[in-house]
Ligand binder design. Sequence first.
Ligand code: GAR
Length: 188
Amino acid sequence: MRLAIFASGNGSNFEVLAKEVATGCLNSHRIACLICDNPKAYVIERAKQYKIPTYVIQPKDYPSKAAYERAILEKLAQEKVEFIVLAGYMRIIGTTLLTPYSQKIINIHPALLPQFPGRQGIQDAFDSQVAETGVTIHFVDQGIDTGPIIAQKKVKIAPNDTLETLETKIHQVEHDLYPKVLAQVLAD
Ligand code: GAR
């Protein structure tokens, strides 16, 4: 399967997926390209190291969301992308992309959805002083971090956790879970 990964920032999940494609549980698949909406994102450096073609496409360069997503679709067609993996892509996917890739886009979110959707899932859980939070992997629909849930894993918030230690724990769980769940989804 030819995958596109969409990311906006650091790209630690991107890198884990790239490693697993190179030598691990995703080795029968290919990352055809990285789609990035932020020219300053560190994920671009990571993609260079793995020699993965990168397209930086910014909404501000297009008159509408539909036009922005049509520009992405063009690259996906060029790279023969069959499945899309969101890994820290901080935008809502519109119908222009959803229609041709229906049931073929998954996302990872750093909380136990439907709790704490949005951009700050870890911080929102931490501030709410809940005893546990976690990680969710789900199919993408028109909503913000909605769509059918594929897998979830809980993470306990210890009394001595800081936001930073909680972030570290969540990212560890993400890095363990995402490649395995993606491999399973692609096998199905
Ligand atoms: C991850 O924690 C991911 O779950 C989150 O962005 C982070 C990206 O980290 N996504 C969302 O919050 C989506 N709503 P990374 O760039 O190091 O992979």
